[in-house]
Ligand binder design. Structure first.
Ligand SMILES: Nc1nc2c(ncn2[C@@H]2O[C@H](COP(=O)(O)OP(=O)(O)OP(=O)(O)O)[C@@H](O)[C@H]2O)c(=O)[nH]1
Ligand SMILES: [Zn+2]
Length: 353
């Protein structure tokens, strides 16, 4: 495995299955490698948004003036051109398409290029792993879904999501679900000093109006541990999403969506200031969220609440527990940081290790 290997199982698909019609045998007899004929002008390409990836096939939505009611809007299936086989293409990517872009039943378009990404959400399998997995492109916001109970909320996982979001330049938001089962306030106290908007949700009493207001006109990636109620929430926001909910058998995986990749869904947000719709990107529930690809500076960006103190540290301070004269220790000692602040320092130090 190398960093070139995407997370989307493209390797399963033999290249011959979507042979590139512009490739022809090289006239040079010394080489038997096919050479690429001149590409069609990229200017002729149609731009679409990747809404899902499944075994080397991309679902792409071509919109027309962002109007879902426009009959020219169409969903199509595409394969990537051979020369892009080492490029990760993920949900949320804007791609250039040629070939049959009609979206007709059985048609297959070809992705020949990738538009520049505004943001890129990545993770690694674990912290020691510098192999990054590209998860989602072009998200503006990350809604971190965490349950008040069942499964128990874990500060560490939320810390990780926050760091990944800040590192990627994505605005984090928190939705705490299952508030009917437990009082979430003690848990939320941990993040109080961060200026992160928090939604409190219970099944059947989801704060849909407030969430829609935030989703309108934005692309929001939903992340969370399996079982927190992410699908329940998405089904309430996107009634035709039909995301599988309920207990997932860890062994058989039954009840889980067949695809392990992320899916983009359009959420209607009628009457909202930001516009009449927004994009929700559902991600597979992950147990861990490795930050092996994030530098310590990137990690520090996830702790904006400690930034003022960190600025007063000696030059080159590692901010770790044994760092001499670290301002974080001084602030704990003289009471500038309370219990919640001290816990934040512990969170930071766990991630810096
Ligand atoms: N009590 C309570 N149960 C909830 C709430 N939200 C979801 N649930 C239940 O929690 C279980 C898991 O919910 P899902 O929506 O499937 O969770 P998920 O996060 O999508 O899980 P994966 O599909 O494994 O990623 C289901 O049995 C839901 O009915 C809530 O607010 N309160
Ligand atoms: Zn320091």
């Amino acid at each position: 495995m190398s960093w070139l290997t995407p997370d989307d199982e493209d390797e399963d698909v033999p290249y011959g299955e979507y042979a590139d019609h512009t490739v022809r045998a090289r006239p040079n007899p010394k080489s038997n490698r096919p050479r690429t004929k001149r590409r069609p002008e990229h200017a002729d390409a149609v731009i679409g948004m990747v809404t899902g990836v499944d075994r080397g096939r991309y679902s792409v939505l071509v919109t027309a003036d962002a109007d879902p009611a426009d009959p020219r809007e169409r969903s199509l299936t595409a394969a990537r051109a051979r020369e892009l086989r080492r490029t990760s293409i993920v949900t949320g990517d804007r791609v250039q398409l040629v070939g049959d872009t009609s979206g007709a039943e059985g048609s297959l378009a070809r992705i020949i290029g990738l538009e520049e990404r505004r943001t890129l959400l990545r993770r690694s399998a674990d912290d020691s792993d510098r192999v990054e997995r590209v998860m989602v492109a072009n998200a503006d916001q990350m809604l971190i879904v965490v349950a008040a109970a069942n499964p128990e909320p874990r500060v560490r996982l939320v810390d990780r999501y926050l760091v990944a979001a800040y590192d990627a330049g994505i605005r984090p938001l928190i939705c705490i679900t299952k508030v009917d089962l437990a009082d979430p306030e003690a848990f939320l106290e941990h993040f109080a000093a961060l200026e992160v908007e928090v939604f409190r949700s219970a099944q059947g009493a989801e704060p849909l109006a407030a969430i829609r207001e935030t989703l309108a006109g934005q692309t929001t990636v939903f992340v969370g541990h399996s079982g927190v109620g992410k699908s329940t929430l998405i089904n309430a926001l996107v009634p035709d999403a039909d995301r599988a909910t309920g207990h997932v058998n860890e062994v058989t995986g039954r009840g889980r969506h067949t695809s392990s990749s992320s899916v983009a869904l359009r959420a209607e947000t009628p009457g909202c200031a930001g516009g009449s719709s927004g994009w929700v990107i559902d991600t597979p529930g992950v147990r861990s969220f490795g930050l092996g690809h994030v530098t310590s500076e990137g990690i520090l960006r996830g702790f904006t609440d400690l930034a003022v103190l960190i600025d007063a540290c000696p030059r080159g301070c590692s901010h770790e527990a044994d760092a001499p004269d670290c301002e974080l220790d001084a602030a704990i000692a003289d009471g500038r940081l309370d219990a919640a602040g001290t816990a934040r320092v512990e969170s930071l130090r766990r991630l810096l290790k």
